[in-house]
Design a protein around this ligand. Structure first.
Ligand code: ZN
Length: 495
């Protein structure tokens, strides 16, 4: 039984130690497992955010000060543990900002559980900084505030209570993505620096204890016609059929001066982990790193023209054919699949003129039956629920929402790795417009996995005490934002 003394808990927090949570009896159950998510606590681009392993779902997310926290849920005992502060982020601020544009949000964690049950978390960077040395694959962040990519491993298997740093990944990395193969091989993909950097992977064959040096997959470089604009990418990597890894990605023309939100086109390619070679969808060998020119020529799914489009996720069917979605302006998802000879669509999952805010992941049941688990928003109403197709993506049917609220939307990550139907995805929800702490929800087919309120709900209250901001009054947010100087830093404007 853990100690329930709130003074001890506050002291632990101030010292950067473990946040202990009282296991209270006779407490009403709530839908969330903690309220110390912070800013954008999880997203699809840092993934997995959770993994089911031997009866327990382990979850990592961004908490106060952009630090990485871990929780675990034992399904048979219906018992939560955590949140545990696994690692402190160099990018965090104290006190916690109350405006999300003052939060970098790039250092949120990706996690995995290795074959022996050790839990791995990679987190904490938006490109590193020049102080960390020369970046061989791109540009470090322009200021020391780019953090440092850090790899943590639990000291004991199946135990989230204590952590150690394993110094074996590049400090410049951002958007970490773990892909674990059936033979235990681990590929850690990430962008090797700020947006003007290559996407790379590091490979481990010893459960993440050592990693081979980075290998560049997608190349950043100045455009031949305008050297002030750089080819840049946002990419999403996941396990394909058998011993393969899929990459679905979009193009970002990075203008100078000033990073812009320009994002276009959708691309796909595939890695054969037998020899780490890459092919396009037609099976044609690619030369690494893939440049904009070769991507356009060999890996294009569709050209979006002037329309903006951002990355989504990619899952494969039994034949190994990829199903992808990308997010267009206003957060509208469009879907496409490879039939074996052509890419379909892309088809809007929402009817024209419908709501937006769509993001999430999908389950491919067959080449024609796909279920997407998506957030969506309409005005100030937010929902999370299924959108299903049984005709290969030509039409989509919205199911009754699993979560619904008025007064804000939801954040969502990629599907929990190896998920059980009880806990498929982590969703975050704002609590108040006056601070950035978030309720964190593990959502399954029957709705949220519950937790006693006394375990889940006392963190924000304590943190507000620590911050001495108390309950904020109307107008305080504006005043505080101006006081702090709300000038955005360039590198913070990414996605
Ligand atoms: Zn850029």
């Amino acid at each position: 039984m853990q100690i329930s003394n709130p003074t001890r808990r506050l002291a632990e927090f101030l010292l950067g130690g473990v946040v202990l949570v009282n296991h209270a009896a006779f407490s009403a159950n709530v839908d969330y497992f903690t309220d110390n998510g912070f800013g954008n606590p999880s997203s699809t681009l840092q993934h997995p955010t959770g993994e089911f392993y031997k009866g327990t779902t382990y979850l990592a997310y961004q908490g106060p000060h952009e630090d990485s926290y871990v929780c675990a849920y034992n399904h048979a005992r219906r018992e939560w543990s955590g949140p545990v502060l696994a690692g402190v982020s160099l990018m965090g601020k104290t006190p916690d900002p109350i405006d999300n544009s003052d939060v970098d949000n790039h250092g949120k964690p990706a996690m995995m559980v290795d074959r022996k049950g050790f839990i791995h978390v990679v987190y904490g960077a938006h490109g590193g900084s020049p102080l960390l040395g020369r970046n061989p694959f791109g540009a470090p962040a322009g200021t020391p505030r780019g953090g440092k990519l850090t790899h943590l491993v639990s000291k004991n298997p199946e135990d989230i209570s204590s952590w150690e740093v394993v110094d074996n990944v590049s400090p410049f990395g951002t958007y970490p993505q773990f892909v674990q193969m059936d033979d235990g091989g681990v590929y850690l993909f990430y962008r090797h620096g700020s947006h003007r950097s290559d996407w790379v992977f590091q490979k481990s064959t010893d459960d993440g204890r050592t990693f081979a040096p980075p290998v560049s997959v997608l190349k950043h470089k100045a455009q031949p016609t305008d050297v002030t604009v750089h080819d840049a990418w946002y990419a999403w990597f996941a396990k394909g059929r058998g011993d393969t890894i899929t990459a679905s990605y979009i193009y970002h023309p990075c203008a100078n001066p000033g990073h812009t939100k320009d994002r276009h086109n959708a691309y796909f390619m595939r890695m054969d982990c037998g020899d780490d070679s890459w092919d396009n969808i037609a099976g044609e060998r690619l030369t690494l790193p893939v440049t904009k020119e070769s991507a356009d020529q060999k890996t294009l799914i569709f050209n979006t023209g002037a329309e903006r489009c951002n990355h989504g996720t990619c899952r494969v069917d039994r034949e190994g054919n990829p199903h992808v979605f990308f997010r267009y302006d206003k957060g509208q998802v469009r879907y496409s699949r490879w039939t074996g000879s052509v890419w379909t669509g892309p088809t809007a999952v929402l009817p024209e003129g419908g709501s937006g805010g769509q993001d999430g992941d999908m389950i491919v049941e067959s080449s024609t039956t796909v279920r997407m688990l998506l957030t969506s928003s309409n005005g100030d109403k937010g929902e999370v629920g299924w959108w299903n197709t049984t005709d290969g993506g030509q039409t989509w049917a919205k199911q009754p929402p699993l979560l619904s609220r008025v007064g804000g939307g939801y954040g969502i990550g990629a599907l929990v790795e190896n998920f059980t139907p009880e806990g498929m995805v982590v969703v975050s929800a704002s609590i108040s417009s006056q601070h950035l702490y978030r309720q964190m929800i593990l959502l399954g087919t029957d709705g949220p996995v519950k937790r006693p309120e006394a375990e889940a709900a006392n963190i924000v209250k304590d943190l507000l005490k620590i911050m001495k901001t108390g309950p904020l009054k109307s107008g305080d947010k504006q005043v505080l934002a101006v006081k702090k100087g709300k000038k955005k830093e360039k590198y913070m404007e990414e996605e």
